[in-house]
Design a protein. Structure first.
Length: 658
């Protein structure tokens, strides 16, 4: 019978519940460059010895570990922070040990009998001798002097006072005895670009960028950059820009047969003109695309591309690599299906192919190509229908060379696959926001996103509409519904997006009753949008995005808190900075038809306010100012005017009412 090896019995400290920690350290937690990482752990030891604990951290690839002392919070809980200024991966661990000097000093302060003090001074002198041997130079000489003072003749109580001098404690702390230290596992932090944590996306079909029914070009998109940037968006997301197949091309409103002139779906990728690394000839040239990317960046906008790993029947891959596709019994290639839906114009890849390694490398090269063209952000179509190991490998490989690249997972699927993709490396993730419309649904869902452990790796990017999804709330709610969903998306989440100009022009007609598909969907035809329509939400969107930019409380999700308000059609929540220097309270009327009113019940401590304290709230949407006091304040929101408040709280004596 094998004998179990004995642990080192001198390492008696227990370190557990180290956070942040994702799946026991299997995956990194996520932060953005410039963030601070709060590390917490429960640390204890048998007996009554006092301990010290150190947080070790370094950027991966560097040799030296930096150290910061953990502070004891209470109930065996310790914490410390470190900054992550650079992109890449940081490593950290916690080490702790019983500290003989601190324990001795603590006990010495409690002795009152001179005989007990004398014995304790002798013990302390021995400890100082050991400490001096670990030190060098002037510190070593000073420690030896302290040792001699403790050993000298004279009144023990006087020497006791010398021994408790804070200067001695500070000096001795520089040279701890770590021989009995225990160290936790090493954990990691993936540090992403700031735009991964705070961004506003605008989706636009480039082929609809021209006036009239002409096929838009990259030059037309470039002409619209002031329109996009003027609304305050910093990401311009383009659906696939590649050649579109003609075989089984879909017609308008997803008709099975295309009429002459129908442009087809951009997601039916590939034709004789090329595949995933090619550009639809009607959009322009690679030089035109690079010029667009550069021009956008000059206006503070990043161009994001849609990457969809699927092919039209005309894609060069189909003839060059037939083994990459699944075949039907008659030998034909299996088109995409999601019963009862059929997508005859799309061939999915067969990731079980024996040639899977070559397939993986080729798909990675698609990202490599567009990164080479200047693209730093990608929205990935349906990643949950492709192998998870591929994404972990592919994103890891790309990020080694390009840590500034951002991946958004468009995975409208079950929670576990969505979260697994986030763990594997996707920086942002689509959410269920589109289908969360009641007060209870919104409160429960965003409390989970903001406060559960998943916040360490899952960054929600919320969209009130997409080219695929026109929720019934927008279909029947009119202008107030669009405004309410805009304010909710832009303030509940630090990352959000809209599909425009369908959103700002309040496109709301479904293809048929109880459908979430748009009538005359832009997925299947070129649309002629009147972007200058006087009823456009464009000015309001610009104001909301300006509010987001100028209020740091809205740049993060972790300090989101919901507050009670006495009406089920009203929702109230707040976001604050850690230091409470910026406090935002939002109230939204979820009823797009009728005026709703109620009394707030604010959690004052969360807002840095005291009970009974008077304060001013400034509505950043309308510029109105109100005098509030305490937790209970009256709110009335009229859909016909504007169904929301975005209130900045100003503490101190408010100005007199006018």
């Amino acid at each position: 019978m094998a004998t179990r090896s004995m642990p080192d019995g001198r390492k008696r400290v227990v370190i557990e519940n180290v956070k942040p920690c994702v799946d026991g350290g299997r995956f990194p937690a996520k932060r953005c460059a410039g963030d601070s990482v709060l590390v917490e752990a429960d640390i204890f030891i048998d007996g009554h010895e006092l301990m010290r604990a150190i947080l070790l951290y370094r950027r991966r690839g560097t040799v030296r570990w930096s150290e910061v002392e953990l502070a004891f919070v209470g109930n065996d809980h310790w914490q410390a922070s470190f900054d992550v200024p650079q992109l890449g991966v940081y490593e950290y661990a916690v080490t702790a040990w019983p500290d003989a000097f601190t324990t001795w000093r603590h006990d010495l302060a409690r002795w009152t009998d001179p005989d007990d003090v004398l014995v304790s001074l002798q013990v302390g002198a021995a400890l100082l001798g050991e400490t001096a041997r670990r030190s060098r130079g002037a510190d070593a000489r000073a420690l030896r002097t302290w040792k001699e003072r403790l050993e000298s003749a004279g009144d023990p109580m006087s020497r006791r006072a010398d021994a408790l001098d804070e200067a001695l404690s500070t000096l001795a702390a520089r040279y701890p005895d770590r021989r009995r230290a225990a160290t936790s596992e090493t954990y990691t932090i993936a540090v992403d670009p700031p735009r991964a944590g705070f961004s506003a996306w605008y989706e636009m079909f480039p082929r609809s960028a021209a006036s009239g029914q002409a096929h838009g070009t990259f030059r037309d998109v470039e002409a619209l950059l002031p329109y996009v940037a003027g609304m305050g968006f910093d990401v311009l997301y383009l659906p696939p820009i590649h050649p579109i197949g003609t075989t089984k091309r879909k017609g308008r409103n997803n008709a099975l047969a295309a009429a002459p002139g129908d442009p087809g779906s951009p997601w039916a990728i590939g034709s004789a003109e090329g595949g995933h690394k090619s550009i639809h000839p009607a959009l322009g040239t690679p030089e035109d695309f690079r010029h667009l990317v550069s021009a956008a960046r000059e206006q503070g906008v990043e161009v994001a591309l849609d990457i969809a790993f699927q092919c039209s029947p005309d894609h060069p891959y189909v003839t060059e690599h037939p083994a990459w596709f699944r075949h039907r019994p008659d030998g034909s290639i299996q088109y995409a299906e999601n019963p009862p839906k059929k997508y005859q114009d799309i061939y999915p890849f067969d990731f079980d192919t024996d040639d899977w390694k070559a397939l993986w490398h080729e798909l990675k090269s698609i990202f490599d190509h567009w990164i080479g063209e200047g693209v730093k952000m990608f929205r990935v179509d349906n990643p949950h229908t492709k192998p998870y190991p591929m994404w972990e490998w592919m994103i890891g490989e790309i990020r080694q060379r390009h840590p500034d690249v951002i991946f958004l997972a468009e995975a409208f699927t079950r929670p576990h696959p969505m979260h697994w993709l986030a763990k594997l490396g996707f920086n942002q993730s689509y959410t269920y926001f589109t289908w969360r419309n009641t007060k209870q649904e919104l409160t429960e869902y965003f409390t989970e996103l903001a406060l559960s452990d998943s916040r360490e790796y899952f960054r929600p990017n919320v969209w009130p509409n997409t080219p695929d999804i026109l929720h019934e709330y927008l279909q029947g709610g009119g202008r107030p519904a669009f405004i309410a969903r805009l304010v909710l998306a832009a303030t509940l989440s630090a990352d959000y997006g809209i599909y425009g100009p369908a959103f700002e022009l309040m496109e709301h007609v479904p293809r048929e009753p109880r459908s979430e598909e748009y009538r005359d969907s832009e997925k299947y035809e070129i649309r002629n949008w009147n972007r200058e329509r006087p009823d456009s939400l464009r000015p309001l969107i610009a104001r909301v995005n300006a509010i987001r930019r100028t209020n740091p409380a809205l740049h993060h999700n972790w300090r989101l808190r919901f507050h009670a308000i006495g009406n089920p059609q009203l929702i109230c929540y707040s976001k604050t900075t850690d230091d409470l220097s910026n406090v935002i309270v939002v109230a939204v009327n979820l009823d797009p038809r009728y005026t709703q009113s109620g009394w707030t019940s604010l959690s004052l401590a969360e807002l840095g306010l005291n009970d009974g304290e008077a304060y001013e709230v400034h509505d950043l949407l309308t510029d109105a100012r109100y005098r509030w006091q305490g937790a209970h304040n009256y709110v009335e929101l009229r859909p016909a005017e504007i169904p929301a408040h975005i209130l900045r709280v100003r503490t101190g004596t408010p100005p007199p009412r006018t």
